[in-house]
Design a binder for this molecule. Structure first.
Ligand code: SAH
Length: 344
C-alpha cells in the first residue's frame, strides 16, 4: 500500500475510537479486532502450546470426572476460547486411548467468536460444533474447559477519588476519569483501582444454572490472584512484547487478571458447588504431569526430551506459570471435588 494511503488507514484505525469509550467497551472492541486479524500465538504462548501433556491431562481429567458422575450419556465436552484447538486435539487423543466409552458418548462443542480461529480449530478437530456462547450448547450433562479464556474478557476500572469513585474511559488523549455513582463496595485508598468483569460473572452464572439442571463440571485455568486485590492489571502484548494497551485498536492482545474469588462467588450464587482455586502447578502435578512427561521423554532423542521436560517445568514451577496461574472448578450442587481439587 502507498505510504500516504497506509498512513491514513492507520490514522482511521486509531481515531476509530469514539471521543470517549468505557474501558470494557474499548477492550471488547480491541480484542474482537485483534482475534479477527491475528494469529495470537505469534504474539504469546499458552500452556497447551507449551506442552501436549497439558491437553492430555485435561482430557483424562474430563473422562475421570464424567465417570465419577456415573457416566451420564449423552454428554457434551465443551471448550470456551479454544485458540488453535491444540488443547482439545490433545485431550481427544488421550480420551480415545484411555476412555473410548467417554469419546463415544460425547459430542464436542467449541465456543469461539473469531472466524479466523474457528477455521484453525476446524483443521485440528473435525467433528465439533461451534457456538458464539453457551446458550446454544445442548442442554445435557457437560464437562467444560476454559484455558486463558476469562483473562481476555473485558474489564471496567473504577478509581477511588475522595469519598466516591470515578470510572476510567479511553479517549484519544489516553485514559480519562469521570465520576460515577457505581460503587465496588470495597475498602480502598485514594487513587486505587478496582477492576470488575461483568461478562465473566454472567458466564459463571450461566454455567452454574446448567450445572444445577444437568450433571457436570467446569474447570477454568487462568492467571490472577486468589483474593481480589486493588490495582491496574490491564496488559497488552504485541509481537511477543509488552505494548501500549491504548495503542492502535486490534494491534495487541489485551488481558487482565482474573478475579477467581468473584468468579467463584457468582457461580455459587447461581447454585453451583465451587472448589477454591489451586495453583496450576499443584493441579497438574496431582494429575500426573511429571509421570506423563517422563514417559513421553523416554521415547525421544535427548534434545527433544530436554525440551519436553522443560515445557512441563515451565507450566508447574512457582516462579514460572505454576503459581500465578490457577485452576478453579464448578460442579453440580453437592458433588465432591473432582480429581486434583481434593484439598489444598
Ligand atoms: N484456550 C486457548 C486460547 C486462549 S486465547 C489456549 O490456551 O491456547 C483466548 C481465546 O478466547 C481465543 O480463542 C479467542 O478468540 C477466544 N475469545 C475471546 N473472547 C471471546 C468471547 N467473548 N467469546 C468466545 N471466545 C472468545
Amino acid at each position: 500500500m502507498a505510504g500516504a494511503e497506509s498512513q491514513s488507514l492507520n490514522k482511521d484505525l486509531s481515531h476509530d475510537r469514539t471521543m470517549k469509550e468505557r474501558l470494557d467497551h474499548f477492550m471488547a472492541r480491541a480484542n474482537a479486532a485483534y482475534y479477527a486479524t491475528h494469529d495470537p500465538f505469534a504474539d504469546f504462548t499458552t500452556a497447551p502450546e507449551i506442552s501436549q501433556v497439558f491437553g492430555e491431562l485435561l482430557g483424562l481429567w474430563a473422562a475421570v470426572t464424567w465417570k465419577s458422575f456415573g457416566s451420564p450419556t449423552p454428554v457434551s465436552i465443551v471448550e470456551m476460547g479454544p485458540g488453535r484447538g491444540t488443547l482439545m486435539a490433545d485431550a481427544l487423543r488421550a480420551i480415545r486411548r484411555a476412555a473410548p466409552e467417554f469419546r463415544a458418548a460425547a459430542s464436542i462443542h467449541l465456543i469461539e467468536t473469531s472466524a479466523r480461529l474457528r477455521a484453525a480449530q476446524r483443521e485440528r478437530i473435525g467433528d465439533a460444533v461451534w457456538h458464539d456462547c453457551l446458550d446454544t450448547v445442548p442442554d445435557q450433562p457437560m464437562i467444560l474447559i476454559g484455558n486463558e479464556f476469562l483473562d481476555a474478557l473485558p474489564i471496567r476500572q473504577l478509581v477511588r477519588r475522595g469519598p466516591g469513585w470515578a470510572e476510567r474511559f479511553v479517549a484519544p488523549s489516553g485514559f480519562i476519569e469521570e465520576p460515577t455513582e457505581d460503587d465496588p463496595a470495597i475498602e480502598m485508598e485514594e487513587g486505587d483501582i478496582a477492576e470488575s468483569r461483568e461478562s465473566a460473572e454472567t458466564i459463571a452464572a450461566a454455567i452454574a444454572i446448567r450445572l444445577t439442571r444437568r450433571e457436570g463440571a467446569a474447570v477454568f485455568l487462568d492467571y490472577g490472584p486468589e483474593f481480589s486485590a486493588p490495582g491496574d492489571s490491564l496488559q497488552a502484548i504485541a509481537n511477543g512484547k509488552p505494548a501500549d494497551p491504548l495503542g492502535p485498536v486490534g494491534a495487541a492482545d489485551l488481558t487482565a487478571h482474573v478475579d477467581f474469588a468473584r468468579f467463584g462467588a457468582a457461580a455459587k450464587r447461581a447454585g453451583a458447588t465451587v472448589y477454591d482455586p489451586i495453583p496450576q502447578g499443584l493441579f497438574l502435578a496431582r494429575l500426573g504431569l511429571f509421570q506423563r512427561t517422563n514417559q513421553l521423554a523416554r521415547g525421544l532423542p535427548p534434545r527433544e526430551a530436554a525440551a519436553v521436560m522443560d515445557g512441563a517445568r515451565r507450566l508447574a514451577e512457582p516462579d514460572r506459570m505454576g503459581r500465578l496461574f490457577k485452576a478453579i472448578v464448578l460442579v453440580s450442587p453437592g458433588r465432591p471435588p473432582p480429581a486434583g481439587f481434593e484439598s489444598r
